[in-house]
Design a binder for this molecule. Structure first.
Ligand code: ADP
Length: 395
């Protein structure tokens, strides 16, 4: 038996989950928020209860020291030596990393060389890794990439229709994200169906604040809706998703903004939030619709329609589909949005079972027995997927 910690470091936060492997038991989980501030917050779950502290935490190294001390103090571990592996969410692996890897100096150098592709995300992954390495020198480390699962996409799916030199010289192509989630959910889907994933065509709809759809054929990603960055694809909480690139110049000229400022609008002020003017949280937007807010209703209609269009596209990409799985905050909990999306899918012979669809945060088949395509709700678990890869690579 070994204890493995899954780590997801952001620029000012650090989420963690400690597993006993191979039983996959969660021993604890928690988050450090507002790192770098006087009123940073540390939350850890002990015996099912959340313990919260507010205190100054100057940097990630101190945040990790604090969480490791808490593991001993609350007797979650007897000694830190029990933690044999740490799996770090390392967002962008470019074309270098096609799967999870044990971290070496060479891996760190190659990962750092990808900072241009993911300036907002990759540096935080390194900071998290360094903080753990300093505090837990005997533990082995693994990088798990959001992009790795999508490295099986064929060239026809990942090329943009722009001069080839931008791909050849600069690596501009579609990479896709949420790979850990899409992989986990497609494996769970195969398990629920009792079939070998090699024989299945699955479409996974990861609908959270960020959202993406992936076509998984024979267990491999063959297309996914996010691109060079997570901005492409679906309409999201605050991201626009697909649009005509000419819009960027139009807004820049009209409002005297730089390209970066316009991109900020597309990343942070758009999506369901920008369209509805209500919130990026779908619960609020749905409440507004229920009160007769027509603009909120239009935003939610556009959201579901975009998801349905991608499902159609990926059915074509795989020449069929056996199962469609909904996951992440909205996909797991929002039966109304699932229904709105499935209403477009009759041509596939899908039939949503409205009683079974009344499921929230649990794995379940939500289609009728007669449905030609199986519809499912499958909670994602990126932390567990990271722990599985880590335990396999630290042995
Ligand atoms: P992320 O990890 O991308 O931040 P999550 O997967 O946790 O996001 O999803 C968060 C989103 O899920 C929230 O913004 C909220 O809109 C949505 N959500 C959660 N529960 C529900 C629900 N019952 N109905 C509608 N939306 C929900």
């Amino acid at each position: 038996m070994s204890k493995i910690i899954s780590v997801n470091a952001g620029s000012s936060s650090l989420k963690f989950q400690l597993f006993e492997m191979p039983s996959e038991t969660v021993l604890t989980s928690g988050i450090v928020e507002k790192i770098g501030f006087e009123d940073a917050m540390f939350t850890i779950k002990v015996d099912g209860e959340k313990i919260k502290k507010t205190l100054p935490i100057p940097d990630h190294t101190k945040a990790v020291a604090l969480l490791l001390e808490a593991l001993v103090e609350y007797k979650i571990v007897n000694s830190l030596d029990e933690i044999v592996g740490a799996g770090h969410r390392a967002v962008h692996g470019g074309e270098i990393f096609k799967e999870s890897v044990p971290v070496t100096d060479d891996v760190v150098a190659k990962f750092a060389s990808l900072n241009d592709l993911a300036p907002l995300h990759n540096p935080a992954g390194l900071v998290g890794y360094n903080a753990f390495k300093e505090n837990l020198p005997s533990c082995k480390h693994v990088f798990v990439f959001d992009t790795a699962f999508h490295q099986t996409m064929p060239e026809k799916a990942f090329l943009y229709g722009i001069p080839r030199k931008y791909y050849d010289e600069d690596g501009i192509r579609r990479y896709g994200f949420h790979g850990t989630s899409h992989q986990f959910v497609s494996l769970e889907t195969a398990k629920v169906l009792g079939k070998d994933i090699k024989d299945l065509k699955i479409i996974v709809c990861h609908l959270g604040n960020g959202a993406s759809v992936t076509a998984v054929k024979g267990g491999e990603s063959v297309d996914t809706s996010m691109g060079l960055t997570p901005l492409e694809g679906l309409i999201m909480g605050t991201r626009s998703g697909d649009l005509d690139p000419a819009i960027i110049e139009f807004i820049a000229n009209k409002e005297n903004k730089t390209a970066s400022e316009v991109l900020n609008i597309l990343n942070k002020e758009s999506g369901v939030y920008g369209l509805s003017g209500v919130s990026s949280d779908f619960r609020d937007v749905k409440a507004a619709r229920a009160e007769g807010n027509k603009v909120a209703a239009a935003a939610l209609d556009a959201y579901a329609y975009r998801v349905a269009k991608y499902i159609g596209a990926y059915t074509a990409a795989m020449n069929g589909v056996d199962a469609i799985a909904f996951t992440a905050g909205l996909g797991e909990n929002d039966d109304i949005t699932r229904k709105a999306i499935c209403e477009y899918l009759g041509y596939l012979g899908t039939e949503l079972d409205e009683v079974k669809n009344d499921v929230h945060g649990e794995t379940a088949i939500i289609s009728t027995d007669d449905s030609k395509v199986t519809l499912l709700c499958v909670p994602t678990n990126e932390e567990l997927m990271i722990a599985r890869d880590t335990v396999a690579l630290v042995k």
